[in-house]
Design a protein around this ligand. Structure first.
Ligand code: GDP
Ligand code: MG
Ligand code: ZN
Length: 325
């Protein structure tokens, strides 16, 4: 500071003017849009090769990403690149088809797994529903069964076994609008994922729930009565009621990594009330098995018991039905 400046600084009028200028500069700085923050957190809504799309502070943007993330993950972004994941509250995984002991994460941090299954076209696959249910249980989320295409007819009693488990069951049709409002209500305020065989109507439900035509849907292939693969990647959508849903593509086969005895027991809670002669009864070949008796008396659903046997034998892959065209 030279002598002249010092003199000017001590002048009260100059001081006042300087103060005014400083205040104005501060006001202007506060109003100027800031450059994107170097560090931010976002929620993954979709994935692409080497990139992920995430929403951060209400803004959707693409970020470079070379770590394994899934829709629903909360990620840390540094300078346009995903560098970390917040520990997952829940997840839904399936077996890696090329390595039965490895898991592939489908979605993260979901509150609810909506298992979508049509009554007919394609037919209701109980084994698949039971595997999704076991995977949901394992991943820590809650499950809902959504029976679709009720306008096409079919036997609604397939859902009875699930109602008996205390699982919410919603019967829907996008043709008549049945069940859509009920489903929307159930999803309010939660993060949910729609899973199920391709062609059952997951993307159609997504569109109906959003009241918009955003998810691609496809006609069921007439030749083999299997849904055509139309959704190619999972995507997270925001509902008006604060709910968020993730639409997932059809998968070739929904396999489960071999389950532990505890995980299997947790997945079949309806067996618990029946007593067996042997403490460690596998409910398979042992005499005086309460579970087998319960099945014979119709107290435990036969197909649930068959699903249990397949899973406890480590056969978590499919139920002898080719799952996907
Ligand atoms: N009749 C009838 N058809 C439906 C219903 N929901 C979906 N579909 C049809 O089923 C086909 C597959 O639907 P899509 O939503 O693509 O199934 P996704 O593969 O599970 O996503 C499409 O042709 C839909 O129009 C329904 O409630 N009733
Ligand atoms: Mg789809
Ligand atoms: Zn037993």
């Amino acid at each position: 500071m030279n002598r002249q400046d010092r003199r000017a600084n001590s002048d009260p009028r100059v001081k006042e003017r300087n103060n005014r200028l400083k205040k104005r500069a501060l006001r202007e700085a506060a109003m100027t849009p800031k450059p994107p923050e170097a560090f931010t957190r976002g929620i993954v809504v979709a994935l692409g090769p080497g990139i992920c799309t995430a929403v951060s502070h209400g803004v959707e943007a693409h970020y470079r990403c070379d770590i394994v993330v899934a829709p629903g993950d909360e990620v840390l972004v540094e300078n346009g690149k995903v560098t970390g994941i917040t520990p997952r509250r829940t997840s839904l995984s399936r077996m890696d088809p090329s390595n039965p002991n490895r898991e592939r994460i489908i979605v993260a941090n979901i509150d609810l797994v909506v298992i979508v299954a049509s009554l007919t076209d394609p037919p209701f696959r109980k084994g698949l529903v039971d595997r999704y249910l076991a995977a949901t249980q394992r991943g820590g989320a809650k499950a809902v069964l959504c029976v679709t295409k009720n306008d096409l007819g079919g036997d609604l009693s397939v859902a009875d076994a699930y109602r008996q488990l205390g699982m919410p069951v919603i019967v829907c049709s996008i043709e008549t609008g049945q069940g859509i409002e009920e489903l929307r209500g159930l999803l309010a305020g939660s993060l949910s994922v729609l899973v199920g065989h391709s062609g059952v109507g997951k993307s159609s439900l997504t569109n109906a729930l959003l009241d918009a035509d955003v998810a691609k849907t496809g006609a069921v292939d007439e030749a083999n009565r299997k849904g055509r693969h139309t959704t190619t990647a999972s995507k997270l959508y925001q509902l008006k009621n604060g709910g968020r849903i993730i639409d997932t593509p059809g998968i070739r086969a929904f396999g489960l990594k071999p389950m532990t005895k505890d995980e299997i027991e947790a997945a079949f809670p309806e067996f618990r009330e029946f007593e067996c002669r042997f403490r460690d009864c596998s409910h398979d070949h042992e005499p005086e098995c309460g579970v087998k008796d319960a099945v014979a008396q119709g107290l435990v659903n036969e197909h649930r018991y068959q699903s249990y046997l397949r899973l406890s034998m480590g056969h978590g892959v499919n139920d002898g039905v080719e799952e996907e065209a």
